[in-house]
Ligand binder design. Sequence first.
Ligand SMILES: C[S@@+](CC[C@H](N)C(=O)[O-])C[C@H]1O[C@@H](n2cnc3c(N)ncnc32)[C@H](O)[C@@H]1O
Length: 336
Amino acid sequence: MNATVKFGKNHFPVLLDELISIISPLYSGTFIDCTFGQGGYSKAILLNLNNKVIAIDRDNKAVLNAIHLKKKFKDNFHFENIKFSEINTLNLNKENIKAIIFDLGYSSKQIQDPEKGLSFHTKGKLNMQMGLNDISAHEVINFLESKDIEKIFKYFGEEKKSKIISKKISLLRQKKIIKTEDLVNLINQSKLKKNSKIHNATKIFQALRIFVNKEISELIFGLINAYKILPVGGMIVAISFHSIEDRIIKFFFKNFSQKISLSRYLPDQFEEKEEKLFKLPRKKPIVPSEYEKKINPPSRSAKLRYAIKVKHSDNFDIFTEKFKYLIDIENLSKKL
Ligand SMILES: C[S@@+](CC[C@H](N)C(=O)[O-])C[C@H]1O[C@@H](n2cnc3c(N)ncnc32)[C@H](O)[C@@H]1O
């Protein structure tokens, strides 16, 4: 870790040294930190006094961390409590944007916050809202149709017992309001513990967090809108923590870094090719070192990918079409 940056106890910004070595050639300009959290990345970038940071976080508890940075870095730091899918609403008239950074998922503080109920160790009313949400896990589990709950578990949790668990939920909620501990008990009853390293409820809780926070739509429209506001030569960096996120990021960068066919129907010799939108400095993701995984075990599943914008475009239909089935599942929340 960068020796000159100090962070609070138990706060280890993931892949920080790797991020800084990738973005530092672009220094002297504005960096957008889409997932401010405890401000680890923002702080490290602001240590270079020629840099400015515009930070975003949907969790209003991040405001407290932002106030500390504002006191120290004054006009070089600005914070907005918005979702990153709305990045295009920032006032960026005079900004010289160099890179836009996404460090997805949750901070350890959020996971430990009993009010948010993100962890299966919490008790009481189900919640799982990160901030600026329309729905909570309480409404999903207690009121959404069982067949829709099954889809959420299957596609966002890749949970094999989705059908059994969603059926048990619909039976139990006829008798009582389901709370966090009831859901964990119900999952435990539905699954024989095979792998002691992974909690039985891990996949179901992942699925619910994705659905409640619309993480798939956030990521897809966050990447598209980031691309749209980024000048040519600017960089997008995205760090993911589970396979669905990484699949989306990988597709976005890889697909648009190849020449795109404008028409699927013309024979090859007539086929127009659109120029590629990104340059990919490396194809494979960067992952944490053994040392980082040891001192910060939650970093073990992190994958960092980055790309440099080489051309502007407004057409991302291929991207949204590819993941439409996931966006449609998130939109089932409209039934609530
Ligand atoms: C893993 S933490 C980021 C940690 C940060 N890099 C640091 O060093 O402290 C992810 C943060 O992103 C925020 N977040 C997640 N999804 C978001 C979204 N769609 N829009 C805005 N913020 C989001 C969460 O609230 C959380 O604070």
